[in-house]
Design a protein around this ligand. Structure first.
Ligand code: DC
Length: 228
């Protein structure tokens, strides 16, 4: 049987610190990384920008637009084409809210299922999202589930947005995040769940470095790497 690249997944609710952890682990291991929320946000951006009405009949149009943001080399998906302006637009609250809405639709999830799997390449993939360990890569070598108190998550998100030059108000973000949490956890298809073999990390009282150090120790142990 063809050997598949190893995968490490990080799932959890928004603002729990998944993105930075994913980036830091990928950098430390020199693996590929995929922030799956970015693709959901990109689909929302495409829908709004091109005024596409949401419905299964338009799924091919959405896919066509989405493919124009993917960079292939010799038929192998290398990355998502991005730039600072696009990244900033994808961080906006209306994009975040629409992403959580379209993420409830089975035909959107089906479209993104294959696209996300294409990121699995050697030497390995570190990825974060809501269903990466439960649905997309159930055979992941290590699954982390990151959580934190909602007030802390909101504070972090407000700071992240401010750092990107986006105005953000604590109460508005709190309201949106609660709504999004509910929608992501309660939806019928691929809801946010803790995989039964997941390592749960609560980052409420931990710094980015502390969460990274905890996770990397699990990773080094699992892959029998030397801690230096
Ligand atoms: O991680 P994020 O906040 O960028 O994700 C935006 C939305 O995309 C989130 O509210 C739900 C959806 N999403 C999902 O349903 N499944 C994933 N694997 C990643 C994101």
């Amino acid at each position: 049987m063809k050997k598949l690249a190893p995968v490490i997944t990080i799932d959890g609710s928004s603002g729990a610190g998944k993105s930075i952890l994913c980036k830091n682990i990928a950098e430390a291991l020199k693996w590929n990384s995929l922030e799956s929320g970015f693709i959901y946000r990109l689909v929302s951006f495409i829908i709004l920008k091109n005024k596409i009405s949401i419905g299964i009949k338009n799924i091919h149009i959405i896919e066509k637009h989405l493919n124009s943001y993917l960079f292939f080399e010799n038929n192998i998906l290398k990355n998502i084409i991005s730039n600072k302006i696009l990244e900033k637009k994808l961080m906006l609250q209306d994009i975040a809210n629409l992403s959580s809405k379209i993420a409830t639709l089975p035909y959107i999830r089906k479209l993104l299922f294959d696209k996300q799997k294409m990121f699995r390449r050697f030497p390995g993939l570190v990825t974060n999202g809501r269903d990466m360990g439960t649905v997309i890569f159930p055979d992941a070598k290590i699954k982390f589930f990151l959580d934190a108190d909602i007030n802390i998550r909101v504070k972090r998100r407000v700071l992240e947005l401010h750092n990107k030059g986006i105005n953000a108000n604590f109460n508005t973000i709190l309201f949106d995040m609660k709504e999004r949490d509910q929608r992501d956890r309660k939806r019928l298809y691929s809801p946010l769940l803790v995989a039964k073999d997941a390592i749960i990390i609560n980052s409420t009282n931990s710094s980015i470095e502390e969460v990274f150090n905890t996770s990397i120790q699990f990773i080094y142990k699992k892959f029998k790497l030397n801690l230096t």
